[in-house]
Each structure stands twice: as structure tokens, then as C-alpha cells.
Design a protein around this ligand. Structure first.
Ligand code: G3P
Length: 496
């Protein structure tokens, strides 16, 4: 159970503590922030409402801790990360339970998220040892006008304090995808969890605590965005921000100082279906891609663009599979669970109503109880409907019938987003040509969009973000290059 056993230290009465200087603490504000369970719509947990002074303290400590961490041998950093990964996996049950209660993640998926996170940490430790263990050696005589009188040695050094802000939908996995690269690269880390997902994050942080990381190297502050959000992202002590979430990221990018940013801000991933596609494969991927975790994934299939000649057949196949989806509480491991909040459900409902008024065909009746929305496929969606462009972040999927491939590519590229997309066809040449024409960070051929495996590069263009993630890219992004140039008194040529 959350907050018990090895996690007892992180709970005080009915409120979870925050983590600073290697200790679990109560905020001097005396206030807490309530976390509402999406299923019961009642307060499930409370976390500390940290103050700006507490953020200042955390930043100060993080700066000091980073200096000695940067002097810790790489293999020791990796060893501690492996230890944290093992502890995290060992305690997957209470963390998964928190995911079920605060973000309504289906029970099995919640366990998968924790295990995947442990694997990510371990892989990151190994990758860090490999890529940070080597640098570059350059000689000067490759550039015109130079003799071989200079040797240049480059290595990767840490940035300092990394601020990590994960989203509600993968609070543990998308936190460790920032924490592990930052730490292996010699940075310290300040984590600001999403409100829903905070308790899962606090448990995950305790696993790092139990692994024995130095005091102050990792901190986790919880609280109201209005109080500490901008204060954190604009804090002069922050040397890098890694953020995943909605368009708040655009505001953060505009306000942040001259520091490296890694931003993943959502998508409207298109699924282009050609006449020769394997329609059973497409239908299976539309279900997985559009409806897993009730569509609350940046990489969810968010619009199907299908050639008119196969549209009826595809819609029938998807309808048949939608009918088999189970709908209910996450504890029952239902396929479709309540969306994260009432405001989210209201937003989704607004998109559905707009589509109805403008004449979309409802393949299932629209049904909602509280935050629970039944899966809905909307056929004959047209570009004048909001759902053709906006991301519902819910179990509602529009189908647009297209009369040419160009029309599909045009719709995909007219979006403000450009995270991922997918194309289904048996003709690999066409798939490559279409994929290359799609303005997205990744194109999947004959499969639904997905971020993983976690070592693959992951990036969006346009409003979907800046920078590239994935384990290797994140480690590189959280370092900078340091050069040392050896100037020789005379040209020197090996064995010359
Ligand atoms: O929504 C977060 C995004 O990173 C999706 O990840 O693993 O569901 O493709 P995934």
C-alpha cells in the first residue's frame, strides 16, 4: 500500500512529504495540495504545497551536491543507478497502486510503467558508461592553412542542475527518463512532479533515496503551479529544463533563460491508410494506438486518414474491436478508464458536441459517466470540425476519408503538431516516400506511433517540441562539450 512499509518515511499523517537535502520534509507553508482520484472524484492523497523559499533552498543544495557528484567516478554513478533500478522494480506494487489511484492507469499498465522505468534506468547507466567514457581527438592539419601543431581533446561534461517536469500520463517513466540521464552525466536533479502523479513520483524518488545517492543530489518539490511553477522554470539556479506536457511548455520555452531545453508537448498523430494496407493489422493498431490508456498519450493515433475505397471496410473492423474494449475502473484492469480530470472530460465532450453539430457519423452512442467516457469512433469527420485538429487526450478518435495520398499528407502537415505519424501499406517504396513527406519527428511504417523502446530517438517538430529524447540523446543533451587543446612547439606527424 502507498506510504507504508519501506515508504513509511514519506508520509506524515494524511499528507506526503517532499524531498530535500536527502530528507523527507513537511512544507513550512502548512498547506497541502489535494490529489483527486479520477475514478471516485474524491481526494485520494495530499502532497505538500512547497514555498518559493523551499525551492530556493533545494536549488542551493542541488548546486553544491552537483560539484561533488561530478567528481564521482562514472562507474560509481552507474552502480548507484543500477541499485535504484532494482529497488524500484522490487517495490513496483505500491507504486503501481498509486498510479491506479491518482491517474486511473489500468492496473497491469501501471505495473508495466514501473518495470519499464527500472529497465530505462539500468540501460541509461550502461549507455552512460559507454558514451561518456569516450571523447574525441582532433588534429589541426585537416583544416586549410594549419600544420599538425595542435591536438584537440573533447569530452562531455555536466550542465549543472537539471529541472525535470514530467506529465501526469507517465509520471514515473517520464520522470526517470529525465532523472537517469541527468545523473549518469554528472548533473544534480530537481523534480517537480505533476499534481496527479505526484505520489507515484515521491515513491519513485524514495527508491533513489534507498539506493544511497548523496544528499541534495536529487530533490522533489510538490505544490501549486501558480506558486512555484514559473519560479522553478525561471530560477537562475537551473541549468537545463526537461519538460513533457501540454502547451505550458511553449510558455516555459519563452520564459526560460539561455539554457538547454528538452520539450515534448503533445501531438495529433495521423494514421494514413492506403488501399493495399492489411486492414486487420491497421484496425489492431488503431485500437492499440488510439485507445490504450484511454487515448491519454502524446503518441496516440489522433486522426485516421483512410482512402475512401477501403474506409467502409476499415471502419467496420475498428467498430468490431471497439465493441470488445472493456470500460470501467482501473483496478479491474479495464481497457478504458476514467480520464484524468473533470475538466479534461468536459473538453473532450466539447469536441464531441462540435463534431455532432457539424455532421460526423457516430459509430457508437456517446456515453459519459463522471470522468469515464466510452470509446467513440467518429466517421466522416471533415476539416471544419475541431476534432480534426485538436487533441482530445481521451478515447475519441476521428476518421477522415481521403481521396488521395496527397490529401492525407496535406492534412498531416497542416497540423500545428508534428510528433509522430504512421502509414499503412504493403508497398515499402510508397511508405518511405509518404513517411519522408510527413512533417513529424518520427514516422512508423505499419505500426501505431509509440515512443519506445526507450533508447530510440524521440522528438517532435513544430508545436510538438524541441530537442530529441531517448536515452542516448537525453544523456548527450544534458552535457556540454569541453575541449582541451595541446599546442605543440613544432608540427608533429606520427612515425614521420
Ligand atoms: O504521452 C507521453 C509520450 O511520451 C507517449 O509515450 O510510450 O505511450 O508512446 P508512449
Amino acid at each position: 500500500m502507498a506510504g507504508t512499509g519501506v515508504f513509511a518515511d514519506i508520509l506524515d499523517g494524511d499528507a506526503f512529504k517532499y524531498y530535500s537535502d536527502g530528507e523527507w520534509k513537511k512544507s513550512s507553508s502548512g498547506k497541502s495540495v489535494a490529489i483527486v482520484n479520477p475514478t471516485t472524484r474524491k481526494t485520494q492523497y495530499k502532497v505538500q504545497a512547497c514555498t518559493q523559499e523551499e525551492v530556493n533552498k533545494v536549488m542551493e543544495i542541488a548546486k553544491t551536491a552537483q560539484k561533488s557528484w561530478a567528481k564521482t567516478p562514472l562507474w560509481k554513478r552507474a552502480e548507484l543507478l543500477h541499485k535504484a533500478a532494482a529497488i524500484l522494480k522490487e517495490h513496483k506494487a505500491p507504486i503501481a497502486e498509486a498510479l491506479v489511484k491518482e491517474i486511473a492507469k489500468p492496473a497491469k499498465d501501471a505495473v508495466t510503467e514501473v518495470v519499464r522505468s527500472g529497465d530505462l534506468i539500468s540501460y541509461c547507466a550502461e549507455e552512460g558508461v559507454r558514451i561518456l567514457g569516450e571523447g574525441k581527438f582532433l588534429v589541426s592539419d585537416s583544416f586549410p592553412g594549419n600544420e599538425r601543431t595542435k591536438y584537440c581533446l573533447t569530452s562531455k561534461i555536466p550542465l549543472g542542475v537539471v529541472l525535470a517536469i514530467p506529465p501526469f500520463n507517465y509520471p514515473v517513466n517520464l520522470a526517470v527518463s529525465k532523472i537517469a540521464p541527468a545523473l549518469i552525466a554528472g548533473n544534480s536533479l530537481v523534480l517537480k512532479p505533476p499534481t496527479q502523479g505526484a505520489v507515484s513520483c515521491l515513491h519513485m524518488v524514495h527508491c533513489f533515496h534507498l539506493a544511497g545517492f548523496p544528499k541534495g543530489l536529487i530533490s522533489c518539490v510538490t505544490g501549486k503551479g501558480s506558486e512555484i511553477g514559473d519560479f522553478l522554470t525561471m530560477h537562475p539556479g537551473v541549468n537545463c529544463i526537461s519538460f513533457t506536457g501540454g502547451d505550458t511548455g511553449i510558455a516555459i520555452s519563452k520564459k526560460a533563460g539561455m539554457i538547454p531545453l528538452q520539450m515534448e508537448l503533445g501531438g495529433k498523430d495521423a494514421c494514413i491508410v492506403l488501399e493495399d494496407a492489411d486492414l486487420d493489422l491497421v484496425a489492431a493498431n488503431i485500437i492499440k494506438g488510439g485507445f490504450s490508456y484511454s487515448g491519454q498519450r502524446c503518441t496516440a493515433v489522433k486522426v485516421v486518414l483512410v482512402m475512401e475505397s477501403v474506409a467502409d471496410a476499415l471502419v467496420e473492423k475498428v467498430k468490431a474491436r471497439v465493441a470488445k474494449l472493456t470500460v470501467g475502473p482501473p483496478e479491474d484492469d479495464s481497457d478504458i478508464t476514467p480520464v484524468v480530470s473533470e475538466s479534461s472530460a468536459n473538453f473532450i465532450e466539447g469536441l464531441v458536441k462540435d463534431a455532432k453539430e457539424k455532421g460526423a457519423t457516430f459509430c457508437q452512442p456517446y456515453r459519459r459517466e463522471g470522468n469515464l467516457i466510452w470509446p467513440l469512433l467518429l466517421d466522416h469527420v471533415r476539416p471544419d470540425m475541431r476534432i480534426a485538429w485538436e487533441e482530445p487526450f481521451g478515447p475519441v478518435l476521428p476518421v477522415i476519408r481521403i481521396s488521395s495520398v496527397e490529401e492525407g499528407i496535406h492534412h498531416c502537415n497542416a497540423s500545428n503538431f508534428g510528433l509522430q505519424g504512421c502509414v499503412f501499406t504493403r508497398d515499402i517504396n510508397k511508405a518511405i516516400l509518404i513517411g519522408d513527406a510527413m512533417e513529424t519527428g518520427t514516422v512508423q511504417i505499419n505500426s501505431a506511433p509509440a515512443r519506445g523502446p526507450d533508447h530510440f530517438p524521440f522528438q517532435g517538430i513544430k508545436d510538438s517540441g524541441i530537442g530529441s529524447q531517448g536515452i542516448t540523446n537525453s544523456i548527450n543533451m544534458m552535457t556540454k562539450i569541453k575541449s582541451t587543446v595541446i599546442n605543440l612547439p613544432a608540427p608533429t606527424y606520427t612515425m614521420g
